[in-house]
Every structure is written in C-alpha cells, then in structure tokens.
Write a protein that binds this ligand. Structure first.
Ligand SMILES: Nc1ncnc2c1ncn2[C@@H]1O[C@H](COP(=O)(O)OP(=O)(O)OP(=O)(O)O)[C@@H](O)[C@H]1O
Ligand SMILES: [Mg+2]
Length: 225
C-alpha cells in the first residue's frame, strides 16, 4: 500500500494548554517500503504511528491510502478499512492472556468469521508456522517467552492479510538476538509478501533492517543518512 502524508499537524489539548506534537509533516511511503522511524522519547513517534493506523485523526492535513482519504470516511468505514488493510504490532505484544496463541491470532477476524471465504483456524495455524511457532497454537501467553509472544502478535497482525503493517518498538522489550529474529520475520513479510512496513525503534542497529529511515525531531520529520 502506498501512503501519502500531506502536511499533517497534531495538537493535543491538555487542560488550558494546547501542545503541538507534529507540525507540518509530509511523507510519501511507497508500496513495499520498510520505513523506520526514530527520534527522541516524547518526539511524537507513537502519535504519528497512531495517525498512520487511523487510530487517531490529524488536527490538520490528510493521509491518503492508495489514494483513499481516511479522514473523508465515516467512522464505521474507517473501522472496516483498518480491519481490512492494516496490521498492528506493539512493544508489549498486547495478547489476550485468557486466549491461546491460536485464538489470539484468530481474534481480529472472529466478528466476521461467517463471511470469511477461508478456514480461520487453518489460516491461524499457517501463520503461526510462518513465524516459527508450528505446533504451539494451544499455548497460552504466560507459557511463551517474550520473543514467542511477539511472534504470535505478528501472526495476529497478518491474519487479515494487511497491505500495511505498523510496528511500535516491536523489539523494545527483547534482547538483541531475539529482537533480530523478530525483525527478520518483519523483513521477510515485507520482501516476500510486499507488505509495506512502518516501524518505530530506538535501536540504531535495528534501523538498518529498513529500506528507509526518518527521524521525528522538533515536531518535524527529517531524513536520516
Ligand atoms: N492523548 C494525549 N493527550 C495529550 N498529550 C499526549 C497524548 N498522547 C501523547 N501526548 C504527548 O505527545 C508527545 C508525543 O508522545 P508520543 O507518545 O507520540 O512520543 P514517542 O515519540 O512515541 O515517545 P516514546 O519514545 O517515549 O514512546 C508527548 O509529549 C506526550 O506527552
Ligand atoms: Mg512511543
């Protein structure tokens, strides 16, 4: 998916005060890019990723997804759009503790299970195998290591065959070696399936897994390197 960010600004109202987090950000993310976003803590990386994920709306400007302006859609249409096209991976995995790995992967599509043209259980099992967790579908999150939990979270992010995957510090809670394994999985998803990936990371070594790196600094987006 191609994403065009046009002159977006994001402001938050905190009590009496208005704070500007992003101020006039422009960016073109080509289909098949693996874009890495870095920047200091509090710079607005998560804010920007939430905007890209249609979880939040810009205060001004717009974001086009293959030409579609998400801001022009009805809230219900935005939810459908997000479910159909975007996958999310978070720093703390955000798995449901009461559900098995397999059930966690199935979860995003469960509300629509009757309309699906494929077997959801089979897809979940195939995705778990793809991320190296063949046979671990019955395990619960507490029975899995951090790296394994993040693999489940990646499988969950892929269950809707998204064309855009957004990852907010997916290795932030893992050591270097396990973090690299996670990044190789994301890299493979990007290269083999052509999925556009946007990842936030603090780690310079991990930034090299991307095809492009930008930094958020001083409320703006700046090229790195
Ligand atoms: N819902 C909100 N209401 C008010 N202020 C917010 C809100 N969300 C974020 N902020 C503020 O916006 C700024 C950017 O926050 P954001 O979480 O995007 O930073 P970040 O770059 O992801 O930082 P980190 O690297 O620590 O995760 C911070 O000053 C934060 O306090
Ligand atoms: Mg953040």
């Amino acid at each position: 998916m191609q994403v065009l960010v046009e002159n977006i600004t994001k402001k938050y109202q905190v009590g009496e005060e208005e704070i500007t987090v992003l101020d006039g950000v422009n960016l073109r993310i080509a289909a098949g890019d693996f874009l890495v976003i870095t920047g200091p803590s509090g710079a607005g990386k998560t804010t920007f990723l939430n905007l890209l994920g249609t979880l939040d709306e810009p205060s001004a400007g717009r974001i086009l997804y293959d030409g579609v302006d998400a801001g022009a859609l009805h809230p219900n249409q935005i939810a459908d759009f997000r479910r159909d096209h975007i996958g999310f991976v978070f720093q703390f995995y955000n798995l449901i503790p009461q559900l098995s790995a397999q059930e966690n992967v199935m979860l995003p599509l469960l509300p629509n299970v009757k309309q699906l043209k494929f077997n959801l259980e089979e897809r979940a099992a195939a995705l778990l195998a793809q991320v190296g967790l063949d046979g671990k579908g019955e395990k619960y999150p507490y029975q899995l290591s951090g790296g394994e939990q993040q693999r489940v979270a990646i499988a969950r992010a892929l269950v809707n065959t998204p064309s855009l995957v957004l990852a907010d510090e997916p290795t932030g809670n893992l050591d270097m070696e396990i973090g690299e394994q996670i990044l190789r999985i994301l890299q493979e998803v990007n290269r083999k399936q052509g999925v556009t990936v946007v990842m936030v990371t603090h780690n310079e070594t991990f930034a090299s897994f991307g095809t492009r790196v930008v930094q958020i600094f001083d409320h703006k987006l700046q090229k790195v390197g």
